[in-house]
Design a protein around this ligand. Sequence first.
Ligand code: C2E
Ligand code: MG
Ligand code: MG
Ligand code: MG
Length: 268
Amino acid sequence: MCGLVTKSLQSNVKIDLVAAMEKEELFLCYQPIINTMTKRIAGVEALIRWKHPNQGIISPLQFIPVAEETRLIIPIGLWVLRTASSKLKEWHENGFADISLSVNVSAIQLQQPDFGEAVIKILYETGMFPEYLELEITESLLLESSLIAANNLSYLNKQGVRITIDDFGTGYNSLKYIQELDVSSFKIDRTFIYNIGDKVNKAIIDAIIKLGHDINIEIIGEGVETKEQYDYLKKKRCHKVQGYYFSKPLLPEEMGEFLKEYIKRKGY
Ligand code: C2E
Ligand code: MG
Ligand code: MG
Ligand code: MG
């Protein structure tokens, strides 16, 4: 499993991050996403980690901002996509043919005029169909005003790539995206799921799911840790769920085992 330490980063981290890619210190974990209707694994989300030589395993929450600031997120993001898409290809060939791959992308990546083409090129080179890729974007001010980002997303969408709004409900302008982008799914932010016992949070979750049903957008519940949370989302017909209740993010080998075990168990 991919344990994470959260502590303050030392200042040499920026320099270290440059070398981290070359030294192969970055690695990916994968967390399963479950379809609540079929109870099958619908896909996996790739989540990056950094095995720092003397600071242990560093969380993306800590180094992604550094990578964005230094623009290293551009090569790192392409590395994530290439690595995850090769892995998905392998799983597809091992009999898990219908699972999709979710990859987080930062607004900085979307600002690159050639981002869309670079993504398609990687998919082509790794032999993965665009229909299996879901790009997770988090709403941000940066994204809102960018024509380049919008062009990239509409190009990718035309190629068959799906767009997910991550952490839905917490951002600055969630609802505006529905009209402006061809969004396939929303991921309900896990803070809402965590506080599902609270009346207001429950109402927000209900409203997001209803919106999804009304306008034909898939809803994914993130951070599902308990049976109660899962049962509630299932009852409300939330399409997919993801969280520690099913599995923590796993190393690729562990994810491979999880897929096999899960086939034996025939779902949840
Ligand atoms: P995210 O995309 O919203 O990913 C979900 C986060 O919630 C992950 O944290 C995951 O490990 C965690 N999580 C999943 N299920 C549960 C649960 O049941 N309970 C709790 N408490 N947490 C759960 P992680 O791996 O630390 O990633 C944090 C954020 O870093 C991600 O949030 C994403 O925004 C960013 N990130 C991760 N990998 C990448 C990447 O390759 N590129 C970019 N640009 N950002 C990434
Ligand atoms: Mg995500
Ligand atoms: Mg995210
Ligand atoms: Mg999220």
